[in-house]
Structure formats: C-alpha cells, structure tokens
Design a protein around this ligand. Structure first.
Ligand SMILES: [Ca+2]
Ligand SMILES: [Ca+2]
Ligand SMILES: [Ca+2]
Length: 225
C-alpha cells in the first residue's frame, strides 16, 4: 500500500552528521505557552526553504498532518493517525484546489483498497467509491481500478455500478428508479458497446438481453422467461 507510507513523521532526535543537522534546521516546533507541550511540528521536507508539512501534535503523539507536496501553497494531502500514532486515513484533493475530496483508509488485511470520493469535497457526503486491486499494481505503484459505485441521487446509496478490466470500462449498470437495484446494464469490449441487459427479475437478474452485433449498431433482443 504505497500510498499510505507516512511521510510526515519526522525524527526529532539529536543527531551528529551534517545531513541530519540540516534536517533538524528544517523543523519548526510550536509549544503550548501554558503547558510547554509540543502542539505542532512544521517541516520543510524538500529543503527548498518553504514549509510544506504541518503535523498537529499532542506532546510526542502525532494527531494529523497537512502536506503541500507540490509546493503550490495549497494543501494536497491530509493524514490522520490513531492513538498509537499509526497512519489510518489519507485524504487527497483530486481537483488540487486545497480541499480534500477523496479519502483512503488503511486496511492491511485486504488486497482491495477503497477510495471514498465526495464530488462536493464533503467528507460526510461520500458519493463515489472506487475499488483498487493492489495485487495488480501498475508502474506508478497504484493498484488497478477494478470497480466503482456512485450515488447519483444523493441518498448515500449507490445507483450506478462500473466494472473495469485491464483499466478499461467493462460494464456499467444504472438504477433508474432509485430502489437500489440495477435496471439496465451496458457491456463493452474494446470500448464498443456489445450488450444491453434490462428488466431485472426479483432477484436482480436481467431477463432481456439485447446484443449489439455489428458496427452499424444492428441488434437482436432475446427474452429470458
Ligand atoms: Ca519545502
Ligand atoms: Ca499543493
Ligand atoms: Ca432499480
């Protein structure tokens, strides 16, 4: 899970060699005036003279971190830690507008990672869920997108389902009446529509298949009793 490597926790220990002295000079601690307790560490992680990483601290315990990784003055990564200081959640900004709009939670027991996305940058209003298979990670270290769900009605439940194969959209299904069951499913091969299924029975199984047979779009329907 390369995306969850904590990059903000910095080493405060006294150090001897010059590289580490430089690193210490890049760290700016803030202490509570009343209690003397450490409340924040600000850090210039790439040594360009500008702070880019801010960690809220409860003494020695990190609570959360805001990071401007590309140095444009806008936060683009948010990290949250649990009571033991372990990284549990990472937020990032898909639009790169300084607001978190997607979150990934750390789950070490599973090859499938879920990213929660909010089109309104509201962590309480997640409306898209993307599932990545980290066992099929590409060169960039990111897992392969295998499926996604989307809440197109704002009720917190998915009404659109997508599946992917080798990075390409394979199927997309829509719930047209809002009951949470897909009413129509489109299947694609090499970006071409090949099949439309509709009329789900009570179990959600589609009973009508319309195969799109040729480039002219001629099609043939079959009904499942
Ligand atoms: Ca910097
Ligand atoms: Ca930034
Ligand atoms: Ca439906």
């Amino acid at each position: 899970m390369a995306i969850l490597v904590p990059i903000a926790i910095v080493n405060l220990s006294a150090c001897a060699n010059s590289a580490e002295k430089r690193r210490d000079a890049a760290i700016h601690p803030t202490y509570d005036r009343q209690t003397g307790k450490l409340t924040q560490l600000a850090y210039d992680s790439d040594h360009d003279g500008r702070l880019d990483t801010w960690t809220d601290m409860d003494g020695t315990k990190p609570l959360r971190t805001r990071i401007d990784r590309n140095g444009d003055g806008k936060i683009d990564r948010w990290e949250e830690y649990d009571a033991s200081g372990a990284l549990v959640k990472v937020g990032f900004s898909r639009r790169d507008d300084g607001k978190a709009d997607a979150w990934i939670s750390s789950r070490r027991d599973d090859a499938i990672e879920r990213i929660e996305i909010s089109s309104t940058a509201n962590e309480q209003k997640i409306d898209r869920w993307e599932y990545y298979d980290s066992s099929k990670a590409g060169r960039d270290g990111k897992g392969a997108l295998v499926r996604a769900e989307e809440d197109t009605r704002g009720d917190g439940k998915p009404h659109k389902w997508e599946t992917y194969r080798d990075g390409a959209l394979e199927t997309v299904a829509f719930d047209e009446d809002g009951d949470g069951v897909a009413d129509r499913r489109f299947s694609y091969r090499a970006a071409a529509l090949i099949l439309i299924e509709s009329h789900p029975d009570r179990s959600g199984r589609f009973t009508v298949r319309t195969e799109v047979n040729d480039r002219a779009g001629r099609s043939a329907s079959s009904h499942d009793p």
